[in-house]
Every structure is written in structure tokens, then in C-alpha cells.
Ligand binder design. Sequence first.
Ligand SMILES: Nc1ncnc2c1ncn2[C@@H]1O[C@H](COP(=O)(O)OP(=O)(O)O)[C@@H](O)[C@H]1O
Ligand SMILES: O=P(O)(O)O[C@H]1O[C@H](CO)[C@@H](O[C@H]2O[C@H](CO)[C@@H](O)[C@H](O)[C@H]2O)[C@H](O)[C@H]1O
Length: 545
Amino acid sequence: MTSTLPFSTFATDTDLHARLAADVLPAYVNTCRWFAGKARQQTGVRVQSVLALSDQPADSQPFYLVIIEATYADGEPEQYQLPLAFVPEGTTTDAIPDKGILTTATFAGQGGYLVDAIYVGAFREALFWHLAANDVVIQPTAEAGQLTFQRGKGLVDGADGDALISRVLPVDSSNSALVFGYASQGELLFMKLYRKLFAQTNPEVEMVAFLTETGGFEAIPAYAGHFTWQQPGQEVVTLGMMQRMVANNKDSWDMTGDYLNDFLYAVPNRLFAVKEDVFEKVALLGRRTAEMHLALYKKTDDPAFQAEPFTDDYRQFLTGRFTDLLQRRYDLLVNNYDRLDAQSQRLAWVFMEAKEMIDDFVADFQTRPLGSCRVRIHGDYHLGQVLALPDDYVIIDFEGEPESTIADRKIKHSPLKDVAGMIRSYHYAVSAKLFNAAETEGISPATLQVVSDRWYKLIRDTYLDAYLDTFGSPHPMFYDNGEINYLLLIYLLEKAVYELGYEISYRPTWVKIPLKGIVDVIREIEKLQPGGQHRQMASAPLHLV
Ligand SMILES: Nc1ncnc2c1ncn2[C@@H]1O[C@H](COP(=O)(O)OP(=O)(O)O)[C@@H](O)[C@H]1O
Ligand SMILES: O=P(O)(O)O[C@H]1O[C@H](CO)[C@@H](O[C@H]2O[C@H](CO)[C@@H](O)[C@H](O)[C@H]2O)[C@H](O)[C@H]1O
């Protein structure tokens, strides 16, 4: 990529933008973890807007936040944030990994590389200082608007002369994670740079602000600021958010996996061994989850966070979305049936044969009397979203369900949707451990299933009991036990059906896990049928009205 102009004119170099779109961007974005369009039929990736990070025209090393647009044969286009820097040949300050290099480039006779700027220390520091100073960066053209940086209470200042340090956190995630600190104090702050962009405030910023400021919830990293792009007459676009850094080695998925090792060693010896600590940890997460939901239930003047009843609109939204999801999953299952192992095929049959019953169960949601209420929830709650401290937890990633639109992510649900997400995650943790371990290779799948069910149910009940106990009895969030059981079943089914698609696409050998989750719910729905043997789930909160 060659331009006779210097990189400082990149924002207005439309000829170069067109060449990037033709020769570089389509191939590059498909190598990026953050690009969600890989499985769609792409028709192009173009430079939509270029935002300068500095309003100083003579800035020695210019950085840009480039907004790229990906278009598809079907469906809506998507916008992504791609920070861009030019690193001249021979620059040794930053080690740019291969995945961060878009192309070799020459600007005004100077050779070098066009790179993702997150790998350039000076770019990260420029972002940080803008945030610390509450800067507004007015863009050169009126239609490009401005970048607005808003510092939060959690941002820590360094002492005079204490050097700012920063790095890219090597996590495999759909956004980019940057870490900041000071030479004498170490790493203190975590910044998430959103990649996929939406024309609305990111729900994560709203959730973290509400939980901290109104909810008084402490098990999240303190909010330290965020920054947005504002074009005249348009919705604000959130580009990044900063929180306090949580020093942790593991998330709860890894921690639960470690705990299960004892269990794994015991199973081949026909023993049942789980330390009491495991149940204590699970109960603590149940309590923290309830505290998060109680904070989200706090009285407020902000309509976006006020509790609401189960309205007709919500019922239609949920049933419509669920019916559509089910159809897509049945189609996916039929098309992939031959690729499944024998056990998964058996479970898939149960799912397919129960279609009519499931359809009726979902349709019943439209009219069934429901006296519980709905609030904003985490929305993508699983063990990987909970950082493990030695004696406690910190909950992260309030962006909501990755597959949903921003408007849908802000819809209020029963908090039992989050509870269902975590229960599914414990089911995953047990199943993944047992079915994928060398220790259990000689044990038949049927035996493993029995053993895994036993442990999972203990964990599920421990988590749920601790969760409901924290609300006290009775609580307006939940009308009665019958509704708790019913809503849990609906959300467990929805989550497991969603997971089925995720596993077929990404981890076909794990498909049996969500399928087993679906079949478990089917068995519970059967008990609700006329003549079915209905009994309360073991964990039913008997102390509630
Ligand atoms: N405040 C924090 N302190 C330390 N590490 C964090 C913090 N927030 C997130 N992380 C780490 O970054 C990873 C990605 O964060 P997450 O919010 O899940 O981003 P994404 O939206 O990209 O999935 C997490 O799995 C965790 O390892
Ligand atoms: O973390 P993301 O927001 O990207 O969520 C996606 O990937 C998750 C896997 O990393 C997937 O979660 C599923 O697998 C987890 C174990 O790997 C398990 O704990 C979850 O319960 C299960 O849903 C998630 O569904 C998907 O959206």
C-alpha cells in the first residue's frame, strides 16, 4: 500500500480508503477474533469514517479510530472499530504481533507497517490521558462530530513523574482488553475497547454505572470512565470503557474445573468425593448473583432500570424469539445429524420428537398468568464471566448476549434468566470434565451420565437455594414457587437451545452437553402435562409463598 501523502493526512485520503477496502480489509478482518461476520456471506468491508485521536494537526505520531463497515448478502451491515497506526520501518519500541499487522505501507516515501494501534504503547497512553483529562476531541469535519472522554471515580492518578505503563491483555475475546498502571504501583486499570459498534450507549456502560451508583453493588470492578463518538443529530456510539483492574489468575470456569479434579480421581474408584469448599463457593456465587439482582431492583427514576410486570409485549417478544430460535436449531440439527456421535443422536431424537410439546410449552407463555417482575439483568451470565478472587467473586462483561441487537439486550427479563445461564454453566463444567478426561476413558457413557447428573444436581440445588435465600421470603421479584419453576424451565430451555447452535458451529464434540440440558427440561415439561407426574424441582424454594 503506497501513498505519496504522509500518514497525517490519512483521515481525508479517500483514495487510500478505497484501496484498503479493495485489497486489505476483507482478508484482514477475517483473521481477527473480534470480527463476528466470518460465517456470513460477505459482500465487502469499507472504511466508513476516520476519527483522529488528537486535534493537534502537527501531531508527531497520528493515531486514528477507523470505523469500518462490513456488508453481507443478507441482513444488516455491521460496524467495527479498528484503531490504526503507521509504524515506520526500524521502529523498535513496540513489538507488533503478526495478527496486528494489516499490511506493509509507504507514506510520503517512508516505508513501514499499517498496524492495529492497540499494539502501539503511545496509542494506548494517548487514550488513557484523554480519559484522565475528560477531553473532547473535535473532529476536522462537522459531520464527523467529536470524541468525548468521560473520567469515572475509579480512575487512579499516579504520583508526579511516575511513568504510565500499559499492555494488551492476551485474552481470547470479542473485544480488546488493555491494561494500565504506574511504574511504582503496578497494573491498576482495565480498559475494554469495543470492536463491534452500535448506535446506542453500550448496555455495559449503563449497567456498570447503575450497579455502582444506584445499586451499591460491590462485586464488580469500579467504573473508571468511558468514551464515545458523537455525530451531530445521531445516537451516541460507545467506543470504550475503563474499570479497575482485578488481580486474578482465573475465572470461575477454570476454578470450578480445578475443584472437579478431586471428583474426577474418585469416579474411576467408584467413590464420590467433593470437598465441602466446593459447595461453599457455589453458595457464595448464588448469594452474589442475588445481590446483583437486588441491586438491579433498586428503586430509581430511570425508566431504563425500573422493574416491570410481564407485559403482553414482553410475552410476544420472548415467544417470537424463542419460536424462531427453535426453528433454526431444528434445521441445524437435521442438517448436521450425521456428524453427531451415537449418544448425541439419541438425545437429538428426544428433542425432535418433543417438538409439539415444546411448541405448546412456549406458546403457553403468551397467556399464562405471571405475577413476578422483570428487571435489567446481566444477560450473558456464565462461569467465564465471574473472576475468582481467593475468597470472593467479581462479575464482569455486562454487554449482554453477543447474538442480540443492542435494543434487545436492554429488554428486562426475570433475573431467573441469569440464574438459568449459571446453572447451565455448572452443567457444562461437570459434563466437560467427566466426558473429556483421560481418567474416565474406560467408563461407559451411560455410567458417566449418571455420575455427572448426580454431581450437577447437588451443585444446582446449592446455587439455587443460596440465591433464593438471599431474597428472603416472600419477595416481589418472584410470585411463588410454581412461577419460579416455570420461568426457570423456560430460560433453561432457551439457553440450552441457544447453546446447541453454538456447539454445532464451534465444538461439535460438545453437542451432547446442551442436548442433555434440553432433554432434562423436556422431562420436567412432561411432568407438567395432564397425567404427568408433576413434582417440584428438588431445589424448589419451599419457604416462598
Ligand atoms: N476488570 C478486570 N480486571 C482484570 N481482568 C479483566 C477485567 N475485566 C475483564 N478482564 C479479563 O478480560 C477478559 C475479557 O473481558 P470481557 O469483559 O469478558 O470481554 P469480552 O466482552 O471481550 O468478552 C476476561 O475474561 C478477563 O480475563
Ligand atoms: O463468552 P461469550 O460471550 O463469547 O459466550 C459464547 O461462548 C461461550 C463459550 O466460551 C459459550 O458458553 C458455553 O460454554 C461455556 C463453557 O465453555 C459454558 O460455561 C456456558 O454455560 C455455555 O453456554 C456461550 O454460550 C457463547 O455465547
